[in-house]
Design a protein around this ligand. Structure first.
Ligand code: NAD
Length: 436
């Protein structure tokens, strides 16, 4: 089922690998020209425009954008107890991991009388997008809200698309997750409309104020991504999340049943999702292919998964040895990377580029999607080469606070003047000498 590329004995350069490895193409530029007028219309006409586009793209027109508190409470009251318990476990584990990411201010005494303090200050108001098109993602509410709350963000609003079958409210599990997390504000809006409304704010149909956000985070489809790209100077964004990806680096010790199940689990997200197997073992590749054929037919979303696995973004790459396998996965920089090899810890330690690494036979990506405690909003499309997943740090700004005494300034005045003159900016130097 997976298209096979044989790189045994001839792994090309990293640059060639990056250009040729299977990868989903999400043509954000292509939809930008359609998203831009939507954003401008929402800037000009506010909620009226939001509701018009929601009607068009979501097939429902909610009575208002802000979900009434009673509906959010009701969603939690009516939540299946097993799902509630699972969400509570997911939240507790995520809180434990993210608490350890908290930053503390640091003060450096540069010279006697001269200090620089780095003060970590949370973003004031954040909009968190929880997708709700093909699937609903209460887990994404957890993964966005927990680091923002841990960072100390005071004002949070969760946005998720309204669902026709729930009378124009977001999916009840999204509402229940928000309530469990203590988020009081939820908006029924999805796609580019959500990002635009978060950026500009507006007045709801009941005249309630929808305050703009300073930052918007969370994964979404190509329209969400295009809107984030277009508005990114007005608002901060986390990253442009593309279709999800899993790469599995495996040798002959891996269990083909598990590897196939894990490749399928990510293909289930999206027809553009990428599932890539990198292996030293042609026997394992054959066995995984046979398992994929066997397991895909038994899944609920057969067509979506089959399209993703047979798409140009998915495939199997044969390599001579684990060294070459590590080169390939480092060039690929997958959002999720599983290591299913002998001595998996040592192999994982050699990986430089990945959004998250799942080590050994008992750490499938699904664990990280929900309940490992790690964050599942991760860099896609090779961005793991330069970016990290969502964390407490994503919601903090490090402000430098500079404090110098007269004597400390006097001691360095000549150097400031020399550098200012070298840059032909003499007024900079005069701003120092004017004090003496
Ligand atoms: P979504 O909420 O991102 O998009 C649904 C919205 O798209 C709708 O509300 C609608 O307004 C808008 N829309 C639909 N068709 C449109 C059109 N023709 N023109 C303009 N707007 C339109 O939900 P989705 O579509 O299911 O996408 C979710 C994505 O998020 C998937 O690709 C999934 O893989 C990804 N995801 C990523 C992560 C991660 O951590 N990277 C986590 C969860 C989900």
């Amino acid at each position: 089922m997976l298209t096979r590329t044989d790189l045994r004995g001839r792994v090309p350069s990293t640059a060639t690998l990056r250009a040729t490895l299977p990868r989903a193409e999400m043509d954000v530029e292509h939809v930008l020209h359609r998203v831009r007028p939507v954003i401008e219309d929402i800037r000009d006409r506010g909620v009226d425009a939001v509701l018009d586009y929601t009607d068009k793209f979501d097939g429902v027109r909610p009575e208002r954008v802000r979900v009434p508190a009673a509906e959010v409470n009701r969603a939690l009251d009516e939540l299946d107890p097993a799902v509630r318990a699972a969400l509570e476990e997911s939240i507790a584990r995520a809180r434990r991991v993210h608490a350890d990411q908290q930053r503390t201010d640091s003060t450096t005494q540069v010279v006697p009388g001269g200090t620089v303090t780095e003060r970590w200050v949370p973003v004031e108001r954040v909009g968190l997008y929880a997708p709700g098109g093909l699937a609903v993602y209460p887990s994404s509410v957890v993964m966005n809200v927990v680091p923002a709350q841990t960072a100390g963000v005071e004002s949070l609003v969760v946005c998720s698309p309204p669902q026709a079958e729930f009378g124009g409210l977001p999916h009840p599990t999204i509402l229940a997750a928000a309530q469990l997390l203590g988020v009081e504000e939820v908006w029924a809006v999805g796609g580019a409309q959500a990002v635009a409304l978060l950026a500009y704010g507006g007045r709801d149909t009941d005249d309630g104020e929808l305050l703009p956000a300073d930052m918007v985070t969370g994964p979404g489809n190509v329209y969400v991504t295009a809107a984030k790209r277009h508005l990114r100077s007005l608002i901060g964004i986390d990253s442009e999340a593309g279709p999800t990806e899993i790469a599995v680096l495996a040798d002959g010790t891996a269990d083909a049943v598990h590897v196939a199940a894990d490749l399928i689990s990510q293909a289930e997200h999206d027809t553009l999702a990428a599932s890539v197997l990198v292996t030293t073992s042609p026997e394992l590749a054959d066995a995984v292919d046979a398992e994929l054929e066997r397991q895909v037919g038994r899944t609920k979303h057969v067509e979506r998964i089959r399209t993703a696995l047979t798409g140009q973004q998915s495939g199997c790459i044969l390599v001579s040895d684990i060294d070459d396998g590590v080169r390939v996965v480092n060039a690929y920089a997958a959002e999720h990377l599983e290591i299913q090899t002998a001595d998996a810890d040592a192999v994982a330690a050699r990986v430089r580029n990945a959004g998250a690494i799942f080590v050994g036979p008992h750490a499938p990506v699904s664990l990280g999607d929900y309940c490992a405690g790690s964050n599942h909003v991760l860099p896609t499309g090779g961005c793991a080469r330069h970016s990290s997943g969502l964390s407490v740090q994503s919601f903090l700004r490090g402000i430098h606070v500079i404090s110098y005494t007269e004597q400390a300034l006097r001691e360095v005045a000549d150097q400031v003047v020399a550098l200012a003159d070298a840059e032909d900016l003499p007024a900079h130097g005069q701003a120092v000498t004017a004090r003496f």
